[in-house]
Design a binder for this molecule. Structure first.
Ligand code: SF4
Ligand code: SF4
Length: 206
């Protein structure tokens, strides 16, 4: 019948109009940002951050300055300078660390490739999006102090991913500890089995 579609449209509009007041959960209503914010999803990603363990942001940085992420970053917006000295990592092994680690987030395209290529669970994607700045150059170039965030932050923003990362690191640590124990035992056995040192005149020590 002529006009049926029009009537259906009015009914739908009226239903949505009334529903906005009576059933706002089921409808898309305007979020009054910045007073209100939608909860972020686990997969949300903006720009990378550097993960650290413990209380000291710089001593606890997981990054060993291997520069893989720097080489793989498609728009080349990561800049790393290796340290001259070494510091112990979470396995108590001495490693280099980044003396400089900058990311130009005005260039970063949030592709997450740096995260995927990092062998040390050291760089992850942050969900922070309120990063507007009046300084187009310096303000968008984040240094390692600004990039460092603790593992608790990672667990808060990406709980599932962080749990997998914690499990992987715990397995690495257990492997390193088992190897250190096996090495120590082998060393002790070799020492016990070694012949006593020779004394003067061809005699051996008792
Ligand atoms: S997210 Fe992509 S573009 Fe941004 S720093 Fe990582 S690799 Fe580079
Ligand atoms: S963040 Fe990862 S890949 Fe990049 S330099 Fe550090 S350890 Fe290497």
């Amino acid at each position: 019948m002529l006009g049926t579609g029009l009537v259906k449209g009015y009914v739908e509009t009226a239903r949505n109009f009334v529903g906005t007041y009576t059933d706002s959960q089921a409808r898309l209503v305007t979020v009054e940002y910045p007073e209100e914010r939608l909860p972020l999803k686990e997969a949300t990603r903006q720009f990378p951050f550097l993960v650290y363990d413990g209380a000291d942001a710089q001593a606890g940085l997981r990054c060993v300055a291997c520069q893989i992420c720097e080489k793989e970053c498609p728009p080349q917006c990561i800049y790393i300078v290796k340290s001259k000295d070494k510091k112990p990592d979470y396995k108590k092994q001495l490693q280099l660390y980044p003396a400089t680690f900058d990311i130009d987030i005005s260039v970063c395209m949030s592709c997450q490739i740096c995260v995927e290529v990092c062998p040390f669970e050291a760089i992850k994607m942050d969900t922070e999006y309120e990063l507007s700045n009046t300084d187009r150059f310096g303000g968008m170039l984040l240094n390692k102090q600004q990039l460092a965030k603790d593992n608790e932050h990672y667990r808060r923003i990406h709980p599932k991913e962080a749990a997998e990362s914690d499990t992987a690191l715990a397995a690495e640590l257990a492997k390193a500890e088992a190897k250190a124990r096996a090495d120590a035992e082998a060393k002790a056995k070799a020492k016990a089995a070694a012949p006593p040192p020779a004394l003067e005149g061809g005699k051996t020590a008792a």
